[in-house]
Write a protein that binds this ligand. Structure first.
Ligand code: ATP
Ligand code: MG
Length: 409
């Protein structure tokens, strides 16, 4: 199912904990907070540079400026009509902890009070102040700022009351070290994790199923840049199956900018496996061939690892014995299986969250289900896998051909 961007933005809006606050346009900005980077010590600037370039890339189509200061970034000078779209784009950027539409003012108490009152148009409502003071040299404590601003609001917004437990509005005051103060009422969760592209590059084995897109996003969230490979067995798997994988890549590209897909024509190898191998070992040999091709593609495209959507015990090819026999078809490259300990239900809920689920359940076949044996082995051995594999004439040549003829999209 394809959604238009408008629908997706509406859905995103609905999930936000919005309230009725109107901000003064002249001081309006979007404050961004990053996740985890403060733990990075001397390497922090490497991570920050990447995060900043990812933000700029995501907002390249909008008129706006990004200001960078210690601990906070700020988006300013944007068209107010673009605000929702910008917030929507920001929600996909790994490395951002959260963001808020805010009013920005100078750090003297009068300005803070005025700005907070300007923002608070919730007459007869309840509110609470929450102050964060990054500038430790600021002459007032957080408590003193909160109570001064709170008193100003009580005196000037008739009928309003303080409620520390269940306030209708939480007014946040964030006093920064550069003499700026942000006042805001809403905090939107970011995608979290580490900036995309800071953890090296991985080759994702992307089927059309539910699991592999989720697996990819899980490691992209830790900073791994992805490019995807799909094994396609035309005419046993259709043009629609390929289009479905393309749609998945498009959705994943929200999180993984410029993600590339490479389609490997797998028909010849699968037919050879069908013709020469024992039925029960077909899937085992298919998976070993996928891995051998994947490793060669990884070398070709400079990826340092392979990523799959396997989960322990999910199917015959994902028992510990099967994973072991799959693994030892290749050497010197790690295989990441981020979903290894996940239940299907957990994977489905992540797929829904990232937006791939409705595409993944479209009913197009995958090459793993072509010539599917009745009784696939659940405890394969390496020796018997090798015996079967060696029965295929010219397997190495078939693998080379598949790698050389892979189609980059
Ligand atoms: P699901 O289990 O939801 O059908 P899946 O993507 O996990 O989808 P499996 O048959 O369980 O499919 O395959 C295990 C893993 O092998 C996948 O997660 C994927 O990484 C890889 N894989 C399977 N088929 C393909 C394919 N046609 N192209 C690329 N990778 C594939
Ligand atoms: Mg699976």
């Amino acid at each position: 199912m394809d959604f238009t961007k408008g629908e997706l933005v509406q859905d995103f809006d609905a999930k936000r904990k919005k309230n009725e606050i109107e901000l003064d346009d002249t001081q309006r900005c979007i404050v961004l907070r990053y996740a985890e980077l403060h733990l990075k010590g001397k390497n922090k600037s490497f991570f920050e540079k990447k995060l900043i370039s990812n933000i700029k890339l995501a907002l390249a189509n909008y008129e706006c400026k990004l200001l960078v200061s210690r601990g906070r970034y700020e988006i300013v000078d944007f068209n107010i009509e673009d605000e929702r779209l910008i917030l929507y784009e920001l929600s996909f950027i790994f490395g951002l902890h959260s963001f808020s539409v805010a009013s920005c003012c100078k750090s003297n108490l009068n300005d803070i009070c005025k700005t907070a009152l300007g923002m608070y148009n919730n007459k007869n409502g309840t509110f609470k102040l929450k102050t964060n003071r990054a500038d430790k040299s600021y002459p007032l404590s957080s408590y003193e700022i909160s109570s001064s601003v709170g008193n100003h609001i009580l005196q000037n917004a008739s009928g309003s009351k303080v409620d520390l437990h269940y306030p209708k509005t939480v007014l946040n005051v964030d006093v920064r070290e550069n003499g700026k103060v942000f006042v805001f009422t809403e905090t939107i969760n970011g995608a979290g994790g580490m900036p995309y592209g800071t953890a090296g590059k991985g080759l994702l084995l992307l089927s059309g199923g539910i699991d592999s897109p989720v697996a990819g996003i899980q490691v992209a969230k830790r900073g791994l840049e992805l490019f995807a490979v799909h094994f396609w067995s035309y005419p046993y798997t259709s043009e629609s199956a390929k289009q479905k994988v393309l749609s998945l890549v498009k959705i994943m590209s929200n999180y993984c900018p410029k993600m590339q897909l490479c389609v490997v024509s797998f028909t010849e190898i699968q037919e050879a496996i069908r013709d020469f191998c024992e039925d029960s070992y077909m899937i085992t040999i298919i998976r070993r061939c996928m891995m051998m091709i994947a490793q060669k593609l990884a070398v070709k495209f400079g990826a340092q690892c392979i990523v799959t959507g396997e989960s322990l015990g999910q199917v015959a090819s994902q028992t510990l014995e099967s994973i072991n026999v799959t693994n030892n078809s290749i050497q010197d490259i790690p295989v990441l299986r981020p979903l290894i300990g996940y239940d299907k239900e957990e994977i489905i809920s992540l797929a829904k969250k990232i937006g791939t689920y409705n595409t993944s359940i479209l009913p197009y076949e995958d090459c793993c289900n072509v010539f599917h044996p009745k009784n696939p082995v659940t405890k394969p051995t390496r020796e018997r896998a090798m015996l079967n594999q060696n029965k295929i004439p010219n397997l190495q040549q078939l693998i080379e051909n598949a790698v050389n003829n892979a189609e980059s999209i």
